[in-house]
Design a protein around this ligand. Structure first.
Ligand code: DAH
Length: 370
């Protein structure tokens, strides 16, 4: 039995020696544990910064630390010794963890006290500049506010109507009966047979005149909706409707007011011109042009060489509209006008595509700062 002999004579004695050696070593380990603990306490207490303390902690408790190595050796320990060994090493680990936690607190306190003693605030130093651009008002809001300012300055009151409007207020009362071709001028989003998304803020004229007898000076800003979408049209855009009704109001009053508007909105030297046009709710109706601010009226690419730019529709309020609202057309007359806020913004800031106003590209929007 060669194996038996080999086992008896060589392997077994070797095993015995190994076991013996191991016990001696383990005995040393137990001593080592106390030494290791003392060493750790000494080093931790001497640490001058949380960084240094952290490194010491890692040296003992980190993934490759000394205590972790002791725990990893557990499987090498004979089964009967393992519980005692494990208990000791674990106790050491817990003790060291507590040690590092309390040292950490002490070091941090020391560091804070040091920082406070070093830091002095010079209240006379200029503050740090906020680098990030603060939000800016959207150009449409900007122009809308400016328009409101201009007309409020002339005594106009602001009146806002609903966005979902009945056919009556949006068309019928504005002298646009069901079969009137003018209804084809505006592609309408219908909500029901009777209700629609308003296509024009002109509906506000009717709502106000129903409530109030002249004198009236009203400005009605708001969103309007049309099934229309290209470089200069958007399915939703903003309008500003104006209405003045009183005794002896004439087209001259309209033009005088528009001149003032153009001067403030575009340039000191801006002028207006009226061209005959057609709207069912005004008679006579006009298109209003403003002299081109880019070339001063000489003719350029913006005004297509004409020196004039069309900015809004207007006219004398049709008698029928006044009658529809219970205002006597023999006693009162009035003018009305309606403009697209996006169009004014595009002219004022030289934009060629209305989409710039809805894409919300911050690089574009950031240009409109105070
Ligand atoms: N409502 C017209 C439109 O949306 C604009 C307009 C033209 C309004 C003439 C008026 C006006 O009050 O008199 O195209």
């Amino acid at each position: 039995m060669r194996e038996n002999r080999w086992y008896r004579e060589i392997c077994r004695p070797m095993h015995v020696v190994h076991r013996a050696l191991f016990f001696i070593k383990q005995g040393e380990s137990m001593n080592d544990l106390t030494q290791l603990q003392e060493r750790a306490i000494e080093e931790a207490k001497a640490a001058q910064s949380s960084r240094a303390l952290y490194e010491i902690k890692m040296k003992y408790l980190g993934r490759t630390g000394e205590v972790t190595a002791l725990l990893k050796r557990m499987k090498e320990i004979p089964a009967e010794e393992r519980p005692a060994y494990g208990k000791q090493v674990n106790a050491l680990r817990v003790a060291l963890e507590e040690l590092f936690a309390s040292c950490e607190e002490a070091v941090k306190e020391k560091e804070l006290a040091f920082r406070i003693s070093q830091e002095k605030v010079d209240v006379t130093m200029p503050g740090k500049r906020v680098r990030k651009q603060k939000g800016t008002l959207h150009p449409v809001t900007r122009v809308k506010n400016q328009l409101i300012d201009i007309f409020a300055g002339m005594g106009f009151e602001i009146f806002e109507g609903p966005e979902i409007e009945s056919e009556y207020y949006n068309f019928t009362a504005l002298n646009t009966p069901a079969d009137h071709p003018a209804r084809d001028m505006q592609d309408t989003f219908y909500v029901t047979d009777e209700f629609l998304l308003r296509t024009q803020t002109s509906a506000g004229q009717i709502r106000l005149m129903e409530k109030k007898q002249p004198p009236i000076k009203m400005l009605s800003p708001g969103r309007v909706f049309r099934s229309d979408d290209d470089a200069t049209h958007s399915p939703m855009f903003h309008q500003m409707e104006g209405l003045v009704v009183d005794k002896n109001i004439t087209l001259c009053d309209l033009q005088g007011m528009l001149d003032e508007f153009a001067r403030v909105m575009f340039s000191e030297t801006s002028k207006t011109r009226l061209r005959p046009s057609y709207f069912p709710f005004t008679e006579p109706s006009v298109e209003v042009d403003v002299s081109c601010a880019a070339c001063g009226g000489k003719g350029c690419s913006l005004c297509k060489g004409t020196g004039w730019i069309e900015v809004l529709g207007a006219g004398m309020v049709n008698r029928r509209v006044l009658e529809n609202c219970g205002v006597d057309p023999d006693e009162y007359s009035g003018f009305a006008f309606g403009m697209g806020v996006e169009r004014i913004a595009m002219l004022k800031y030289g934009m060629n595509n209305i989409k710039l106003l809805t894409e919300n590209d911050t690089r574009f929007l950031e240009q409109f700062k105070d």
